[in-house]
Write a protein that binds this ligand. Structure first.
Ligand SMILES: C[S@@+](CC[C@H](N)C(=O)[O-])C[C@H]1O[C@@H](n2cnc3c(N)ncnc32)[C@H](O)[C@@H]1O
Length: 324
């Protein structure tokens, strides 16, 4: 397998060869040809972990039941224009629309030279983004289906030169507010998550790949179907964003994105640029992102704790010194 992968790194278009081959896996991803994923290693002879498989969308594990499609309900907008300028049903829960709306433009994104940009009020918030979806009357070109349409940027998984393993960059510049890609993986129950944490040699290492889909946990009193949160595990089955490294001064952030409201519990994790990113810059996000920042600050000053902690190599001026 190692030889097969190495052959692909040096030869970008060989015939499809083996289901385990990473190049062949990403070649089957749908999407525009300009959004292809590439894997390069200019540092050593390493290839991506053999036990890793690229998947285009999240996969639902045992114990996870998705609502039946008969429960899906979308907007009745007769045109994409209506989704943008009039009261689209999909946008009813967008709580800061009033502040962001200009000239009757109600929706979440603005257009900047043909690129959809998440409006500043959302970029600065932690609020979920609601989009039109498959059960809506509008079509795939609706301006309110940015995450729904999928990745439109080519991503390059590359070997870092400073001991952080693989990383991700884009050879095109990315605008502040531009959608980059989703984080996908195996969607699993909290019970299965605990089993996987225990099975992992280092529990904290496992946590790096686990995302809790908990954006609507607090709404469970009103809607009991939101009570049990689920997790996305990207360690062994995921997309290119699983290789994005941490920075204490990141250029991306994850936002919850909801399509059909009956799927709130399974909301998407969507990466958006939080600053303009020049072409070729490594893409990063903050693994801590405010959650355990205080705990980390205390522990990183403790000499004993430091020995068990992982040093952060992000080299930013704002570096906290440790990942965890
Ligand atoms: C989600 S993975 C990212 C992809 C990873 N570099 C790889 O090769 O699979 C997280 C791991 O990457 C490494 N890493 C990410 N950001 C880092 C940073 N700022 N400093 C040191 N190591 C980092 C750590 O080993 C961490 O456990």
């Amino acid at each position: 397998m190692r030889e097969v992968n190495l052959n692909h790194y040096n030869n970008h278009d060989p015939p499809v060869c083996d289901p385990k081959c990473h190049y062949c896996q990403i070649r089957t991803f749908k999407g525009p040809h300009w959004s292809r994923i590439c894997i390069i290693n200019e540092i050593d002879n390493d290839v991506l972990p053999e036990n890793f498989t690229f998947i285009p969308e999240s996969e639902y594990g045992e114990g996870i039941t998705l609502p039946d499609e008969s429960f899906f309900s979308g907007c009745e907008c007769s045109s994409n224009r209506q989704c943008k300028y009039e009261k689209c049903h999909c946008l009813q829960d967008m709580t800061i629309l009033e502040k962001t709306g200009r000239h009757g433009e109600a929706y979440t994104y603005s257009l900047d030279s043909a690129t959809y940009i998440l409006k500043d009020a959302y970029l600065e918030s932690r609020l979920p983004i609601y989009e039109c979806h498959q059960a809506c009357k509008c079509d795939e070109n609706c301006p309110n289906r940015v995450v729904g349409r999928g990745r439109e940027l080519p991503l390059k998984i590359f070997k870092t030169a400073d001991g952080r393993g693989w990383g991700v960059r884009c050879d095109y510049s990315i605008k502040k507010g531009q959608f980059v890609d989703k984080y996908v993986g195996e969607v699993i129950t909290s019970e299965e998550t605990e089993i996987r944490r225990k099975a992992s040699d280092i529990a904290q290492k496992k946590d790096v790949y686990l995302f809790e889909l908990d954006k609507f946990k607090g709404d469970a009193d009103r809607d009991p179907s939101l009570a049990n949160t689920v997790f996305v595990d990207g360690e062994f089955r995921s997309g290119p964003t699983r290789f994005i490294n941490h920075s204490c001064d990141p250029n991306l952030r994850i936002f919850a994105r909801v399509g059909d409201h009956s799927l709130k519990r399974f909301h998407d994790l969507a990466f958006f640029a939080i600053k303009d990113i020049p072409a070729g810059t490594e893409l990063t996000f903050d693994y801590v992102d405010g959650v355990d920042e205080e705990k980390l600050a205390i522990e990183s000053k403790d000499k004993k704790k430091q020995k068990q902690m992982t040093k952060c190599l992000c080299k930013s001026k704002k570096c906290r010194g440790y990942l965890w």
